[in-house]
Each structure stands twice: as C-alpha cells, then as structure tokens.
Design a protein around this ligand. Structure first.
Ligand SMILES: [Zn+2]
Ligand SMILES: [Zn+2]
Length: 418
C-alpha cells in the first residue's frame, strides 16, 4: 500500500514553511496595527449556515461544498470560506454589544471541490478579515489601505485596485428590473445558470463566465449608473478617501462578486505582473448578512485572499524570503565522554532561546562535520578530551573560517551576546 496526498491537497514541507511564516506574520502584524485581533473558527459548521451566508445561488454552495452527514445524522460542511463562520461567531458570542467596530482577522484552511486540472486546490488557505458595526465608507478605505500596506511590507508590486458599488436593496431592486428588461429578449441564448439567476439574482448574470452570455453581459446596463442617493454619496466619499490616502484605483462596474450578501463597496486587487495576471484578493461590504443569519441589523465589511495565490505571486515577482537560522551552533563530539558535556551545554543554550544541534544518531566525527556543513549551521564547536580537561572550546565561524577560544562555562553567554 502506498498512500498519497488526496487530489487537490498538498503538504507544505518544513523546507518551505518559512515563506508561509513570513506572509502569515506580516499579515498578522499589519492587521494588529489597524486594531484587528485574530479569531479562530471551527473547520466545519452546519450546512445551512453556508447556504444562507454564502448564498444558495452561488457556485460555491451549488457545486463545490464538502457536505456530509455526521454519525449523528446532522448535515455538516467543511468551511468553503471564512466569513459565514466569523459572522456566526459574532452573533453567537454576543459581539453586537461590544464597542463598534468589532474587528477580527483570520488565517484559515478552506475546502472547495474545485477543478484540480486548472491548478486549483481543494484544501487551500485564506487570509482575511471582517469588521462589524461601521457603515463606512471610511472603514472601507481603511481596509483597502491595510492591503496596500501588507503588499508593500511583503514587497509585492504591480497590483491594481478595482472598486465598484453594487448598491443597497433599494437601488438594486430598481436596477434588477432594468437588467431583466435588458436580458429578457435574449433568454433563449443564455446558459441554464443564467436562466436560474434571472429570477433569483439577476446581478450575477453579469459575471457569467460562459462565452455566449459574456457578450450580452458586456453591454448590460451598469448598476453604478443607477445607485440611489445614499449609495452614490457612500461611493463618492470612498473615492475621496482613497485619493486622500494616495491610493490609486480603477472603477470596474464588472465586479459584482460571486456571493449574494455583498452590498455597496466591492473591490479586488488584481495582479498586472506578466504571467500571473488575475485577482489576488477580493472583498466588500455585506450590510445585510448578519441580519439574514439571525442577528441584529449590523453592517459589515471584509475581504479574503488566497494564500497559495498570494505566495505564487511573490514567487513570480522574485521576492526574497530570508530563511531564518533557527539553529545557530552545532556541537561535534570526538569521544564518548564529550556527549554528556554537549547535552548539558545544549540544554543551557536552549533555555536561553538559542538554537543548537548535536549528533543523535551515532555518526562518526567525520559524518558529524559533513552533516553540520550540509545543514548550513553558522557556528561549530568540537568537544574532545582536550576541551574537557582544559574547560575551553573553539567556536568556529563557518562563514569565514575564523575561530575564537572561550570557556565551556561561557558558551551560553557568548551566544546570548551575539
Ligand atoms: Zn442604494
Ligand atoms: Zn450564463
């Protein structure tokens, strides 16, 4: 029997993890600087939460969810995204009574039954955040600026911000009628999904990916031209605030987002890097979501970013990730008597937070040296009979070959001051 990772899943190996740590820590640091704290939500929820929260006309809910009955006969689903779970937690934990805005970020795995042929993962990672209790648009601009700071700190360039407003239920009801009048004469030529969307959620007909629908979608009336006065003011203020922050944007009336609960501000960061064009991150406002999940009327906004997609972008842009030296010093032993001296020295170093290694597999002295070299450990200390009787060792700097004699008792102090 030979086991293999499941289709659409992947190991992140120890030699690659530093890239993930760098992105995760940078994201957390930037979120903290904006007043966000991390939330950790469960991996699975009751299926109905996603049907309501993500929207049962979306591809995610209709085609891509990992849904199953547990042994108690309950229908549960592995989270296909983070927002619904965070909203459930917000309501369940009474966070409505906390001072607004309530700000939370997350770093999660999510699960979708994706087309693996297209390079998509079925278990993937997302960085994201949600902010509740502020109608914006200042917070909308602040969240967008948070992403620009994150990209800057990671060294990612060539990103383009696209924004749009998809209005509120008032202006959308009026617009939906206009949109239906537009699509009605072409119904026979549209795909089955669009035929279903026509009644349930006509806005989504605009981002249909089917070729035959695209040509009609391109010339469809634009919601942005039919915003009510409040929504229009909201969008104008957002634009002004982005200009105030020096953040360039493009208005893209084609961004409607695949999820039903979005209102007003929607945005995407897309890459204009040659070879990796496409959406890196998307988000928007969802003023109706908390209420539709059984909470009170609380506005919200958030975004999510695929971590795999983001790291692929970093790689394409040849961003340098420093690999940290977790192990600073290697101890090689020349005789059996050196082993207990080395294990005691290692314990002292580790208590002081200094990483070290010694032989644990009975290697010869020569093989120990070879191992230390190959592992790229920056300092080497050899201990044999002479070192034990003198109480002194040589610390060898592997980079320049220089060495320094110090007391065995002084090893921890020596590395502590480095
Ligand atoms: Zn409106
Ligand atoms: Zn279609």
């Amino acid at each position: 029997m030979r086991y293999a990772a499941q289709k659409g899943t992947k190991d992140i190996l120890p030699q690659d993890i530093y890239r993930w740590h760098k992105a995760e820590r940078t994201f957390a640091d930037v979120c903290h600087s904006y007043g966000y704290e991390e939330i950790r939500i469960p991996t699975f929820e009751q299926t109905d939460l996603f049907q309501r929260g993500v929207g049962d006309t979306t591809d995610v809910v209709q085609k891509e969810m990992y849904t199953f009955d547990d042994k108690g006969g309950r229908s549960v689903t592995l989270r296909p995204e983070g927002t619904a779970g965070v909203c459930r937690s917000f309501i369940e934990n009474g966070m409505t009574s906390l001072p607004s805005p309530v700000r939370m970020f997350y770093n999660i795995t999510a699960f979708r039954y994706e087309n693996v042929q297209k390079g998509r993962m079925r278990e993937f990672h997302q960085f994201g955040l949600e902010a509740f209790g502020s109608e914006g648009p200042e917070i909308d601009a602040e969240i967008i600026s948070l992403l620009t700071v994150f990209f800057e700190k990671m060294g990612v360039k060539h990103t383009k911000l696209c924004i749009n407003s998809i209005g509120c239920p008032t202006c959308r009801a009026q617009y939906n009628a206009i949109l239906k009048d537009y699509f009605r004469p072409h119904m026979d030529e549209l795909c089955d999904d669009c035929k279903a969307r026509f009644d349930k959620n006509p806005l989504r007909m605009i981002d249909c990916k089917v070729e035959g629908c695209k040509k009609y979608a391109a010339d469809a009336p634009r919601l942005i031209d039919y915003l009510c006065e409040d929504c229009n003011n909201h969008f104008e203020t957002l634009k002004k605030e982005l200009e105030n922050l020096g953040i360039e944007y493009t208005i893209d009336p084609g961004i409607v987002r695949g999820l039903d609960y979005y209102t007003r501000t929607v945005f995407e960061f897309v890459s204009e890097n040659v070879g990796t064009q496409g959406t890196i991150c998307g988000g928007g406002r969802y003023d109706g979501l908390i209420e539709s999940l059984g909470g009170s009327k609380v506005p919200g906004i958030g975004f999510a970013m695929g971590a795999e997609r983001f790291l692929m972008e970093c790689e394409a842009q040849e961003i340098a990730f420093d690999k940290p030296d977790h192990v600073k010093v290697y101890f090689a032993d020349l005789c059996p008597e050196a082993k207990p001296v080395i294990s005691k020295a290692c314990l002292d170093l580790r208590k002081a937070g200094i990483g070290c290694e010694r032989d644990l597999t009975g290697r010869s002295f020569k093989a120990q040296m070879k191992y230390a070299n190959k592992a790229g450990i920056p300092y080497l200390i050899v201990i044999g009979e002479d070192e034990i009787s003198n109480g002194k060792v040589n610390v060898k700097n592997m980079a320049d070959g220089s060495s320094e004699e110090i007391l065995i008792n002084g090893i921890t102090d020596y590395f502590g001051n480095k």
